[in-house]
Write a protein that binds this ligand. Structure first.
Ligand code: MRU
Length: 359
């Protein structure tokens, strides 16, 4: 895949101005607006509001944010003890901003381990800040390489010309550092002339499929058709879907996968219709510390996302009770295979083994 993608990156690291620059995804597809974030509260707010979103992208934003916030504190003249307390505070604020996607905690822990070791080595604060920026850039570049490898490892699944692929939420360029996870083999198939036909679930309630997947795929010239979430069964019954490709926010040790709410029902439908259901993601989404899907903390979101947001006026009765989990868990038994940067795995055991070997 070309290094220069059709869209700018969702997260840019601005070392010179000690900032993280994000494309505000809440405004898409109507407005392409970039925001330069310099403070921890701003960054946490942007992650909570999904201005920056997608498991790998929030990890990169958090890593860059930790570097930027540290540099700013150093320039204010904060001493080593103050710096240490500040770093802990920022790390905890970031980790608790979105609890389900493990990439966020993974990236924060990686930055924290580096920060602690540099401090213990007696490195100068100015140097520590620069080395944190180096690490944030490493995390982003590694993510780009992983997405490239996921594209190559997922491409053989899209063997025939004009394959019908259903995807849920947005696991594309906007959700990662570049290219995507579930969408990266689709971009590669498109580049290779395989003319994939993508069907994007709109993904209620925040419409990542309608606003983001439809936007980025159509911008790249990929054939994409938008459907409401409740049309997936009828579409599958029509024979137009050859496979499902979905992203992931956390993969547990037994292969259960947390992903955007609605993924589970797509997996159940795919099983019913005998359609392969693939999960694609980087190894950083695998969490050896989580035994099964039952142990994954599911983020609950505000009721307004269902009753009011995206409507010109409130649609549901005042005070109505609302259930709004951001993610659900698809059991390993419904997953045909996993694609990571390390290869294709038909079972969770193969995936676990590949991650263990890589460490
Ligand atoms: O709430 P979001 O929009 O951050 O949820 C995103 C998803 O569920 C994606 O499928 C997942 O993070 C994988 S992104 C490559």
């Amino acid at each position: 895949m070309n290094d220069k993608f059709v869209l700018p990156d969702a997260v840019e690291i601005d070392r010179e101005n000690a900032a993280v620059v994000i494309l505000d995804q809440t405004l898409l597809p109507c407005e392409e607006k970039y925001e330069s974030l310099t403070g921890i509260e701003e960054l946490v707010d942007a992650i909570k509001k999904l201005k920056v979103r997608g498991a790998p992208a929030i990890g990169v934003a958090a890593a860059a944010g930790l570097a930027a916030c540290t540099k700013r504190k150093v320039l204010e003249g904060t001493d080593r003890t103050g710096l240490s307390g500040w770093f802990d505070y920022c790390s905890e604020s970031l980790k608790s901003s979105r609890p389900t996607a493990v990439n966020l905690a993974w990236a924060v822990d990686r930055m924290k381990n580096l920060f602690d070791s540099l401090l213990a080595d007696g490195k100068e604060p100015v140097r520590i800040a620069e080395m944190l920026f180096d690490e944030a850039e490493n995390i982003k570049n590694e993510d780009i390489c992983m997405c490239r490898a996921i594209a190559a490892n997922g491409l053989p699944l899209i063997s025939k010309k004009g394959c019908g692929i259903l995807t849920h939420c947005n696991a594309g360029h906007l959700a990662v550092s570049r290219f995507g996870t579930a969408l990266s083999p689709i971009y590669l198939a498109h580049e290779s002339g395989l003319e994939p036909k993508v069907y994007a679930d709109e993904t209620r309630p925040l419409l990542q499929g309608a606003r983001l997947t439809a936007y980025e795929l159509s911008k790249a010239g990929v054939d994409v058709t938008l459907i409401c979430d409740n049309m997936a069964a009828s579409l599958m019954a029509s024979g137009k879907i050859d496979m499902v490709m979905a992203g992931c926010d956390r993969i547990a040790l037994n292969g259960d996968v947390a992903n955007k709410i609605g993924t589970l029902q797509v997996a159940i439908l795919a099983d019913y219709f005998g359609i392969p259901f693939y999960v694609l993601g980087p190894s950083s989404t695998f969490d050896a510390g989580t035994a099964s899907g039952k142990d994954i903390k599911i983020e609950q979101r505000p009721a307004e996302e269902i009753t009011t947001m995206h409507y010109s006026k409130r649609l549901a009765p005042d005070g109505i009770k609302v259930f709004n989990p951001a993610f659900d868990v698809t059991p390993a038994s419904l997953i045909t295979g996993y694609v990571t940067e390390k290869g294709y795995f038909a079972s969770a055991d193969g995936l676990v083994e590949s991650v263990r070997k890589g460490r």
